[in-house]
Design a protein around this ligand. Structure first.
Ligand code: IPD
Ligand code: CA
Ligand code: CA
Length: 289
């Protein structure tokens, strides 16, 4: 007699957000326990783009845990995607019909992690039909867990977050990064930094886009922009900022979606001013097309 084909067992009664939190906390704790002891350091796109076996192990851990709860959901993780912008765009396109898509950066800030600089994060987002509905960013160094649910606000350890109140660039602390594409995108982002630096209170480039976005949500930074980011760098952080009352667009003001690579998120008040400085400096990232 033929045995009926076994269906995967689905653990019920766990919310999407609870699973995202559980994954981020578990992976984050493991990543932190391995700090300073990684064995294998590989170069990806360039010598500025690194990966260790800890990045890969953390992604596997998160992927397996998500599959235990939601075996029918799709998964887009940095380490399972190809290297470079074109591969990342392709991986996102291939996942674009997924009803539920988990978007994961197991360590955002690998360069910091490798150097023992305690500013890196685990970033986990869940999109439903292309729209991010859950975003979790975990900072293991400070044990800070940032959580947002679409339409329900954003919280850090249960305390509601709100973006900062600065209304001009002059009084703003803003943040950016140094894109891994040193040939095309780095010079453009540097042009933006050069144009903005004299206009703002100060600029930080702390090396984890996801965590910088959590800081915009928490009101610790007034805004953030960077060219050529991937969906896994910003999907969770974009929802954190939006649910904390901020604004999230591309560098020319179009609303955020998963394919946006030239990315701006602010407290809302300084958004237009920041974008107009980028435009004046020809540093939106769209000029190179
Ligand atoms: C990087 C970080 C960094 C940003 C780079 C990203 P990774 O991600 O978010 O802040 O400047 O553009 O690639 O490689 O550490 O996951
Ligand atoms: Ca990243
Ligand atoms: Ca990463």
């Amino acid at each position: 007699m033929n045995q009926p084909k076994e269906q995967p067992y689905v653990v019920t009664s766990k919310s999407f957000t609870a699973v995202a939190i559980n994954c981020a906390a578990k992976a984050g704790e493991w990543i932190k326990s391995k700090l300073g002891t990684y064995q294998q350091l590989d170069i990806k796109y360039s010598s500025h783009d690194l990966v260790t076996e800890v990045d890969k192990g953390a992604e596997k851990m998160i992927r397996n845990l998500i599959a235990t709860h939601f075996p029918n959901h799709s998964f887009l993780g940095e380490e399972g995607s190809g290297i470079g912008a074109a591969a990342s765009v392709k991986a996102l396109q291939e996942a674009s019909d997924a009803e539920y898509l988990w978007i994961v950066d197991p360590i955002d800030g690998t360069t910091n992690y490798v150097h023992g600089y305690p500013y890196y994060s685990v970033s986990i987002a869940l999109a439903h039909q292309g729209e991010v509905i859950v975003g979790v960013v975990y900072d293991p160094s400070r044990d800070e867990l940032f959580v947002a649910e679409k339409g329900k606000g954003a919280y850090v350890h249960g305390v509601p977050m709100k973006v900062s109140g600065e209304s001009t660039l002059q009084e703003s602390l803003i943040s950016s990064g140094f894109p891994t594409d040193r040939e095309n995108m780095l010079p453009l982002n540097l042009a933006g930094i050069g144009a903005l630096a004299p206009r703002v209170r100060n600029i930080r480039a702390s090396g984890s886009a996801a965590l910088q976005l959590a800081y915009v949500a928490a009101g610790r930074l007034s805004g953030f922009w960077e060219l050529n980011l991937n969906a896994w760098d910003v999907a969770a952080g974009a929802l954190l900022v939006a649910e904390s009352g901020g604004r999230v667009t591309d560098t020319v003001g179009k609303p955020y979606h998963l394919g946006v690579r030239h990315f701006v998120a602010t407290n809302g008040h300084i958004h237009d001013e920041l974008m107009s400085v980028l435009a004046e400096a020809n540093a939106t990232g769209y000029e190179s097309r």
